[in-house]
Design a protein around this ligand. Structure first.
Ligand code: ADP
Ligand code: GN1
Ligand code: MG
Length: 374
């Protein structure tokens, strides 16, 4: 039976929705927020779906700043879509205000809730069967970056400071190892060794940024495959969702994180590590889609680091899962007690496979980049 610890009907009644509440469902895809669908019955008798989310305020400490970012970004994207003849209701999120005109509703227990349009006739996925779909994901994330290229970057709040600062992520891991608050460090000695042996590479992109060889732009920062919705009829990537971490960043973070998740032949929580590897066909498909849609925005230095960024983002995510496991699972949503450890292991297995294939990945990235005639 479907249950929720929250009164979804009451929460839905706090938003300006165009009809009577008609039911709810749950989406259990993400690791951070609690996501529900609600249906409302409109006066013409049709039912319309909406998406309601409990914002994870343990992760996003300032929901006002968070929602200000999202409203600013989505308004900007909506204007771009309208000017280019697209369907703004389907191609970007829209924040539905509360009945008292706020961007989110705070319930009596302090939970913060927001409401979006539900992108109907779409699907999201956690793994790729057809490389064409991954190519389409790359085009959607590339287009997302392109639509925000002229967004006033200085107006964005940093919703999670140092989100992709891999050096600081590594320091957080070392702190978690010393504190060992959940008493688990002894059981993950191999994973700790693996993380330590690769820590020397953590600052490579930050060094390039400091030297001015890479520059900041508005990035999504969480380009996992299930954060893009595909059209059911055409398989095109129509809408990028999960906008909580849109902040100034490196476009290489967005590229690398997408490969980390989508080009893995196994799902993120896979227990059988034999199934984990980087699929070179998928790597190539994504590289093509990304360079085609981001086009001239991809610099030579970025092109030279596409393969490395894929490994770096996998490393960063792996050490974040390990840190959370050591801290007693205080950050990512889990359903099994060893979920974070399993996720860390898949990331580390993927790194080993990427290391074995690094020359090949670099060659693919270079060929694809040169192939677009720059
Ligand atoms: P989390 O931060 O927990 O990952 P998301 O915002 O990514 O939360 O939402 C979880 C999942 O819900 C997404 O992976 C996507 O599949 C689905 N989803 C999110 N927003 C929408 C939307 N507006 N319409 C349809 N599905 C959505
Ligand atoms: C989280 O929210 P979700 O599930 O799309 C996380 C990402 C990680 C990802 C790992 C705000 O993404 O940074 O890469 O899990 N989001 C946040 O699957 O920490
Ligand atoms: Mg998500």
């Amino acid at each position: 039976m479907k249950t929720s610890p929250f009164d979804i009907k009451d929460i839905a009644s706090r938003f300006c929705l165009p009809g009577e509440y008609a039911g709810w469902g749950a989406i259990r895809n993400g690791h951070i927020n609690d996501t529900y669908t609600v249906r409302v019955k409109c006066v013409d008798g049709t039912e319309k779906p909406f998406l309601i989310q409990r914002i994870n305020t343990n992760v996003f400490k300032d929901p006002d700043a968070l929602m200000e970012n999202i409203i600013g970004i989505t308004d900007h994207i909506r204007r771009f879509i309208a000017q280019n003849g697209g369907d703004a209701e389907r191609e970007t999120l829209r924040v539905y205000p509360t009945t008292d005109k706020k961007s989110y509703y705070r319930d009596g227990d302090g939970n913060c809730w927001r409401c979006y349009n539900f992108i109907a006739d779409s699907y999201s996925c956690n793994s790729i069967e057809n490389p064409r779909v991954f190519y389409n994901a790359a085009k959607a994330f590339g287009r997302f970056q392109h639509m925000l290229a002229d967004y006033p970057i200085e107006s964005l709040h940093e919703t999670i400071p140092d989100f992709h600062n891999t050096v600081k992520r590594y320091e957080a891991l070392e702190r978690a190892i010393s504190e060992d608050s959940a008493g688990r460090a002894g059981s993950v000695a191999r994973e700790i060794d693996f993380a330590r042996s690769r820590s020397g590479e953590a600052g490579r992109l930050l060094d390039l940024l400091a030297k001015g060889e890479l520059s900041l732009c508005v990035t999504h920062n969480d380009t996992k495959l299930n954060n893009v919705l595909f059209d059911r009829a055409t398989d095109q990537g129509i809408c990028v969702v999960d906008l909580d971490t849109v902040m100034p960043g490196l476009s290489l973070y967005d590229f690398g994180d997408a490969i980390r998740f989508g080009a893995n032949t196994a799902v993120e929580g896979e227990r059988d590590l034999e199934k984990v590897s980087v699929d070179m066909e998928l790597f190539e498909a994504y590289t093509k889609g990304y360079t085609e849609s981001a086009g001239a925005a991809v610099s030579e230095c970025e092109a030279n680091n596409l393969a490395f960024a894929s490994k770096l983002m996998t490393y960063e995510c792996g050490i974040r899962f390990l840190t959370d496991y050591l801290n007693g699972d205080v950050y990512f949503n889990i359903s099994q007690p060893d979920d974070n450890l399993a996720r860390c292991r898949t990331q580390f297995a993927l790194i080993s496979d990427m290391e074995a294939k690094m020359d090949k990945m670099e060659k693919i990235a270079s060929d694809v980049y040169r192939g677009i005639g720059k």
